[in-house]
Ligand binder design. Structure first.
Ligand code: NAP
Length: 474
């Protein structure tokens, strides 16, 4: 617990398990409602002085924190790998990305502009001011346990807000590493507070305490809906980054090798445990065999193992229930007629929660894998015949986070860009994410955006001011 600039202990602890070895990674103190309440009070107290700083001054501190993260990149990356399993090279990349968000928002803090509006009455001056919203409650998942924190607290702190973070219970040590950087980077006491512990109690305090003006959450759609219901009590603002079910469409004119490599990046990175992971691969019927063979060949080359070994491409799943969910989806799909091209089993020769990278063909839209988020290393291939048909099927989901499309026809790519009902679309691009670009979903994938100027404005209120004077102004 890091509250009001002090590291606190409680009388309750939790053991963190390494999903690659099932060995203990560490032991952390856990809290609940009481600690959340203390942290909210500390954030409220700090809000007055933090929001009174200039954007330049706040930005300099955030940029310092970004440098601290980069300096400790290896150490933090090891904690990521030992807590949630991703390969160490990916973990290092995550730390770089986390620092990039802080740096970008540190720069952007000095560019919070208001607006001057044309008045109907020439004696009036009309303005819009942008002011920080207040104390923020942030809740993050385990799959990007470092960068999720800076994507939320970066813009919030840049805007002049203060906040309380609840990290996922499987990755609290990563959050502690980030907060050590806040401390050594010179963030004043109380501006960012960390409460590790029981989700329901902390979440309830965040949504029931009227001091908290905004909830920013990344996680599953079900928990997001619950938080939105609770946030309605005090009409708190919300930003919700929720689940996804990304379609990956491969047209017959695409560069098939590039498309297959891009599936590796979007499906097997982080063992398929990302919100923008490919969930449904739609391949034109005329290239089904060629594409599935190319993809299966690349999948068989992936080295699965402990993320601490430097040539590992794919680590374990985060825990046993994640492993069982993937196993269950594959079982249901094969029982309903899907064929396993490669993989399709747990890797029992490994100690941890490993599932073989898997490619399925003969999958249909009726299978659960076509509808429920997989969050695992399983690539189901569906076939289509026409562009119109694939757009309809790709959009036939309650999710709307990321859609990918591979084609060498520019006009077709542009039609897809308009017609795919997703918050983000990658045309021939498997990694369309950047700190200055808005990240977020439509439909049940969420509300609000992280990244870019829009992400900063999510933590600000617009105040309209009209000044009436005694003379004509122009
Ligand atoms: P989750 O179960 O919803 O948990 C996310 C966070 O919410 C955890 O810290 C969790 O703590 C907490 N939480 C659970 N119940 C809560 C409650 N009643 N009140 C307050 N907090 C509560 O999601 P997950 O399985 O960890 O993460 C995977 C999900 O996140 C996937 O659906 C994925 O698509 C989504 N995701 C979305 C994005 C995006 O940007 N759209 C990015 C990454 C992940 P406990 O674990 O203690 O319950």
């Amino acid at each position: 617990m890091y509250i009001n600039g002090k590291w606190l202990e409680t009388d309750k602890t939790e053991t963190i398990i390494n999903p690659a070895t099932k060995e203990e990674t560490g032991v952390v103190f856990v809290g609940g409602e009481k600690e959340a309440e203390e942290a909210i009070q500390a954030a409220q107290h700090a809000f007055k002085s933090w929001s009174a700083l200039s954007g330049n001054e706040r930005g300099k501190i955030l940029i310092n924190v970004a440098k601290e993260l980069v300096n400790k990149q290896n150490e933090i990356a090891e904690t990521i790998t030992k807590e949630m399993g991703k390969p160490i090279t990916d973990a290092r990349r995550e730390v770089t990305s986390a620092a990039a968000y802080l740096e970008w928002y540190g720069e952007e803090a000095k560019r919070v502009y208001g607006e001057v509006l044309p008045a109907l009455d020439t004696k009036k001056q009309l303005m819009v001011l942008r002011q920080p919203i207040g104390v923020v409650g942030a809740i993050t998942p385990w799959n990007f346990p470092v960068s999720m924190i800076t994507r939320k607290l970066g813009p919030a702190l840049a805007a002049g807000c203060t906040g309380v973070l609840k990290p996922a219970p499987s990755t609290p040590m990563c959050a502690m590493e980030v907060f050590k950087c806040f401390e050594s980077g010179g963030l004043p006491a109380g501006v960012a507070n960390l409460v590790v512990g029981e989700a329901e109690a902390i979440g309830k305090e965040m949504t029931s305490n009227p001091i908290v003006k905004k909830i920013t959450f990344t996680g599953s759609t079900n928990v997001g809906k619950l938080l939105m219901r609770n946030a309605a009590e005090h009409v708190q603002k919300v930003s919700m980054e929720l689940g996804g079910h990304a379609p990956f469409i491969v047209f017959e004119d695409a560069d098939l090798d590039d498309a297959a490599s891009s599936v590796i990046g979007t499906k097997f990175r982080n063992s398929g445990q990302t919100c923008i992971s490919t969930n449904r691969i739609y391949v034109h019927a005329s290239i089904k065999n060629e594409f599935s063979e190319r993809l299966a060949k690349k999948v068989r080359e992936l080295k699965v193992g402990n993320g601490m070994e430097k040539d590992t491409d794919m680590g374990p799943l985060v825990n046993l229930s994640a492993l069982e969910k993937v196993e269950d989806q594959v079982k249901k799909a094969t029982e309903a007629g899907a064929t396993v091209v490669t993989g399709g089993t747990r890797l029992d020769n490994e100690e941890g929660y490993f599932y073989a990278p898997t490619v399925l063909v003969d999958t249909t839209d009726a299978m659960s894998i076509a509808k429920e988020e997989t969050f695992g290393p399983v690539a189901p291939i569906f076939t289509f015949n026409t562009e119109e048909e694939v757009v309809e099927r790709a959009n036939d989901t309650q999710y709307g986070l990321m859609g990918y499309c591979f084609t060498n026809d520019l006009s077709r790519g542009m039609r897809m860009m308009h017609q795919l009902d997703y918050g983000m679309v990658g045309i021939n691009d498997p990694a369309p994410v950047a700190p200055h670009a808005p990240f977020g979903g439509v439909k049940e994938s969420g509300i609000g955006r992280e990244g870019g100027t829009i992400g900063l404005h999510e933590f600000m209120e617009e105040k309209f001011v009209s000044i009436r004077t005694s003379t004509n102004l122009f």
